[in-house]
Design a protein around this ligand. Structure first.
Ligand SMILES: [Zn+2]
Length: 266
């Protein structure tokens, strides 16, 4: 039974109430060199949950692949291709920017060819948003009992990532999924600007509309990570690649470059 940090839950609740600035700790994990990985936790199947860092600046970008495991394996491929690109050409990352990449957000699902964690809980329905519920719709719009978990952050993978995010507090999170051919994200200020830039550079349309009315999904994605990230005041987007297999590297590299260049301006 995973233990969820009570402190974390309290912080989440406080943040959801609009006092999110209370703990922007600015703790910097000790990475010696670009491309180094930090293990932030362990999956239910015993695999490490690893996040890799490139660059060292105060403006922070977080990129994530394979939250939905094997059926969305092209997002893992994309994240790994971005990592290889950052290693090959470090100059892509402005000096005042840090990039963290988590290529295997759900390593068990990736290994087993399924979207869910080993528990059967969906990695993108288990977050402490206002609309979280235990029973939820899966990525195919099928309503499934227990898909959201017993409680928000009930799963060790979700709670490890939430705690890491809370500690590092990225300015923007890019969460890759497939398949859809659009992106969610927006808001105002820097977050909105970065989402616009990504959409323009990559060509993924970004449906807009008040109160979530612009969602192209036919079902409600309750307790999703993007909702939590944005709800606590971090910026973020979710990108649905247009293809099931193609990592769509070129257009996403263009989107990432647009975001990096804007973050580079501080
Ligand atoms: Zn997905």
């Amino acid at each position: 039974m995973p233990v969820v940090s009570r402190r974390h839950l309290l912080r989440s609740a406080a943040a959801a109430l609009g006092v999110g600035a209370l703990a922007r700790l600015g703790v910097r994990p000790a990475f010696a060199a670009d491309g180094d990985g930090a293990v932030i936790g362990t999956s239910q199947g015993g695999q490490p949950l690893t996040i890799y860092r490139y660059g060292n600046g105060p403006m922070k970008l977080f990129i994530m692949g394979a939250q939905h495991g094997g059926p969305e394996a092209n997002t893992n491929e994309l994240a790994r291709m971005l990592m290889a690109s950052f290693t090959e050409t470090p100059g892509q990352i402005p000096s005042n920017v840090s990039v963290w990449v988590m290529p295997e957000a759900n390593p068990d699902g990736l290994a087993n060819g399924v979207r869910q964690y080993n528990s059967g809980v969906d990695p993108n329905r288990n977050w402490g948003t206002g609309d979280w519920q235990a029973d939820a719709f899966d990525s195919n719009g099928k309503f499934t009992p227990g898909l959201g978990g017993a409680a928000p952050f009930s799963e060790p993978e979700t709670s490890a990532l939430a705690n890491w995010l809370w500690t590092v507090w990225p300015h923007y999170t890019i969460n890759y999924h497939s398949v859809g051919g659009f992106m969610f994200g927006g808001g105002s200020g820097l977050e909105g600007e970065l989402s616009d830039l990504y959409s323009q550079a990559s060509g993924y349309p970004r449906p807009t509309g008040g109160g979530g009315g612009g969602s192209p999904l036919s079902y409600r994605a309750t307790g999703n990570m993007n909702g939590w990230v944005r709800g606590v005041g971090m910026g973020g987007c979710l990108i649905e690649l247009a293809s099931v297999r193609d990592p769509e590297f070129k257009r996403n590299l263009a989107g990432v470059h647009a975001v990096l260049n804007r973050l580079g301006q501080g």
